[in-house]
Design a protein. Structure first.
Length: 335
C-alpha cells in the first residue's frame, strides 16, 4: 500500500544558517490520524511547509501518495487540504464569501460550488453564521471555516498546523469532533502538528515526538507512554500499626516499583494500574489496612518528553495566554 506521506532524510537549513530539520524520516499510513508533537521551535511548521510544497528542503525527499513534492508539486497540492497555523481568511468578508473565493482559487467547477460550500458549512455548524462577517466569528468558528475550505476539493490528506491553538477546551472539542467525523466518513488521512500533548494523546492513532529538528520517538500513544515508569500511585493508609511495615507488604506485590514510603504513605509506579490495583487491595485487606487517600497520576506524553529531553513539552499558562492574544490580533488584522 502506498504511504500517505513518506519523508526520508529531510534536512532544512534556512538562509542565515538555522538548521530547522536535521534528518527526518516519517511514514504516514493512509487512513490514520498522525500527530507531530513537539515544543515551539521543534521544526513542525517547517516540515509541514515542505510536505505542502510551500518550501523547498535542503536535502532528502518527501512523497505524498507516491508523488514527489519537489517534482510533482501540483499533483501533491491536489491531494492535500491544508490549514495553516496563522489565520488564512478575509475578515471583512462573510464566511460564505470566503468559501466562494477559495473555491475559485481551488478550481472547483462553478456548477458545483454552491452545493459543496453549503454542504460543508452545514457540516461544520456554520450555516447560520455564513452570511456574517468573519471579523465577528469566534476562534473556533474561524478554525471550522478554514477546515471547511481545506476540504472543498475532497483531499485524501488533511494537513493541519496547530489546529486548535488559542481555543478554549469546548471549542477544541468541537473542532476535533468535526475533523474526526469527516475523516471516518471519507477515509481521509490526517497529519497535524501540535504542542498540546493532550490533543495528540486523545486524537492521534500515531505520534512522532519532535525536538530540535529530529524525531526523538514515535509510536502509538500507549506505546510511547510505556517508555516511562508508568502510572504513579500514592496511597495514604489509615492507622498504621508500628509493627507493620508497609514496605514489607508492598514488596510482595508483583508489577509495582516502590518509589517512596513515608510513615503511612507509599508512592509506587506500575505499568498497568488496572491490573495491579486489585492485587494491592487484596493485600491491604489481608493486613487489615484501609486506604485513607488515593492519588493516581497516569503517565503522560509530557513525562515521555521530559525523560527523553530533560525539558517539558507543555508550556506554562503564560504561553497559552500569549497565543490567545496573538490569535486575536491576527483576527482583527484579518491577516
Ligand atoms: N523563515 C525562517 N527563517 C529562518 N529561520 C526560521 C524560519 N522559520 C522558522 N525558522 C526557525 O526554524 C526553527 C523551527 O521553526 P518552526 O518550523 O516554525 O518550528 P515549530 O513549528 O515546531 O514551532 C526555529 O528555530 C525557527 O526560529
Ligand atoms: Mg509551528
Amino acid at each position: 500500500m502506498v504511504l500517505a506521506i513518506e519523508v526520508r532524510g529531510l534536512v532544512k537549513i534556512y538562509p542565515g544558517g538555522i538548521k530547522a530539520l536535521n534528518g527526518v524520516d516519517l511514514d504516514v499510513d493512509e487512513g490514520i490520524i498522525y500527530a507531530l508533537l513537539g515544543p515551539n521551535g521543534a521544526g513542525k511548521t517547517t516540515l509541514i511547509r515542505i510536505i505542502t510544497t510551500q518550501l523547498r528542503q535542503t536535502d532528502g525527499y518527501v512523497k505524498v501518495f507516491g508523488h514527489d513534492t519537489s517534482t510533482q508539486g501540483s499533483n501533491v497540492r491536489s491531494l492535500i487540504g491544508y490549514v495553516p497555523q496563522e489565520m488564512s481568511l478575509w475578515s471583512d468578508l462573510t464566511g460564505y464569501e470566503n468559501m466562494l473565493i477559495y473555491s475559485k482559487i481551488y478550481g472547483i467547477p462553478s456548477n458545483s460550488r454552491k452545493k459543496i460550500i453549503e454542504e460543508l458549512l452545514e457540516f461544520m455548524d456554520l450555516r447560520e453564521a455564513s452570511n456574517r462577517m468573519v471579523r465577528i466569528y469566534s476562534g473556533g468558528m474561524i478554525r471550522r471555516l478554514e477546515i471547511a475550505i481545506a476540504l472543498m476539493h475532497r483531499p485524501r490528506l488533511l494537513v493541519l498546523d496547530e489546529p486548535t491553538i488559542g481555543l478554549d477546551p469546548a471549542a477544541r472539542r468541537l473542532v476535533w469532533g468535526k475533523i474526526t467525523e469527516y475523516c471516518k466518513e471519507y477515509n481521509m488521512t490526517i497529519f497535524f502538528a501540535t504542542h498540546y500533548m493532550d490533543e495528540a494523546d486523545r486524537y492521534a492513532n500515531y505520534i512522532a515526538l519532535m525536538n530540535r529538528g529530529i524525531i526523538i520517538a514515535r509510536g502509538k500513544p500507549e506505546e510511547l507512554k510505556q517508555n516511562v515508569e508508568g502510572d504513579r500511585i500514592t496511597l495514604k493508609l489509615s492507622s498504621i500499626d508500628d509493627n507493620i511495615s508497609i514496605l514489607n507488604i508492598f514488596s510482595e506485590i508483583e508489577g509495582i516499583t516502590i518509589l517512596k514510603t513515608d510513615g503511612d504513605t507509599i508512592e509506587f509506579s506500575t505499568s498497568n494500574v488496572s491490573y495491579t490495583l486489585p492485587k494491592i487491595l487484596e493485600k491491604l485487606f489481608q493486613n487489615n489496612l484501609k486506604i485513607y487517600e488515593i492519588k493516581i497520576h497516569e503517565a503522560t506524553l509530557d513525562d515521555v518528553f521530559i525523560k527523553l529531553t530533560g525539558r517539558r513539552l507543555s508550556e506554562e499558562e503564560y504561553g497559552r495566554y500569549r497565543e490567545a492574544i496573538t490569535m486575536r490580533k491576527m483576527i482583527r488584522r484579518g491577516s
